[in-house]
Design a protein around this ligand. Structure first.
Ligand code: SAM
Length: 238
């Protein structure tokens, strides 16, 4: 089933509390409370079979560092699959496809996501071969673990689920949603430290305000991210 209500996200990690705590706040926290999304953090150590709950081992071939063993991950994934067979299994990795707003939009339509967080040198390659369906990176830098990457992905996706953001319109008007960066925003007071709010925003003419916002968004995009405009209809600039 694809849709919005009751999206489920399973996160496989050795730090489940990190995921739970981060998702207890703000929009993701409200979405969880409202039943729009069910996020379950699974401790990979619960799927080990030794006294020390070992999830890692030395790499074959030698070298520095350790690697996540395949068995605890496979057991955890099989447990989730038995319960909920259709999820996308996403490994967070700097080698994955870069997360962007288009990808977040697509993922927000899924009924079930499974997010796998690596640590150390990474995970045994055979898990990627056998179980992982998608690999996603949050940018060209290396984090010490996949948890913050998973949280970034969850936040970007969950806020797109209808009902998660109080004013649903605002999530759709954010940067990237229409191929542009956002326009500047102001609130009271009308003058702050000598800086005034643009006159047009105080005038109440909604047509002029919409036009101003669009022009400002276009100007900002042209200045900061001209790459976003490549291939876009030049008519849009008028
Ligand atoms: N050896 C790996 C490499 O060079 O690609 C990096 C391993 S990193 C220290 C440990 C884990 O953090 C990775 O397995 C991955 O789950 C996560 N991670 C690090 N950077 C990431 C990024 N940019 N996007 C998503 N996940 C990332």
């Amino acid at each position: 089933m694809k849709g919005h209500r009751g999206m489920r996200i399973d996160v496989l990690t050795i730090f489940p509390d990190l995921i739970r705590q981060a998702l207890s706040c703000g929009i993701p926290g409200r979405a969880v409370d409202a039943g729009l999304v069910d996020v379950r953090a699974h401790d990979l150590r619960d799927h080990t079979d030794d006294l020390h709950r070992t999830v890692d081992d030395a790499p074959y071939g030698g070298g520095a560092g350790i690697v996540f063993k395949p068995e605890p991950i496979a057991r955890a994934l099989r447990g989730i699959a038995l319960e909920r067979p259709s999820g996308k299994v996403i490994f967070l990795t700097p080698e994955g496809k870069r997360l962007d707003q288009t990808m977040a939009n697509r993922l927000s339509l899924e009924a079930h996501l499974v997010l796998l967080c690596g640590r150390y040198r990474g995970i045994d390659e055979r898990i990627r071969e056998r179980y992982v369906t998608h690999e996603i990176s949050i940018g060209d830098y290396v984090l010490s673990g996949g948890e913050f990457a998973a949280l970034v992905l969850i936040d970007a996706v969950v806020r797109l689920i209808p009902g998660a953001v109080g004013d649903a319109e605002s999530a759709l008007e954010d940067s990237f949603q229409n191929g542009l960066l956002d326009c500047p925003w102001y609130t009271r007071p009308p003058v702050f430290e000598g800086l005034s709010v643009p006159e047009v925003l105080l005038g109440g003419n909604h047509r002029l305000i919409a036009q101003w916002r669009r022009e400002e968004a276009m100007k900002r995009t042209r200045e900061r991210r001209p790459d976003l405009l490549e291939g876009q209809d030049v008519e849009r600039e008028r």
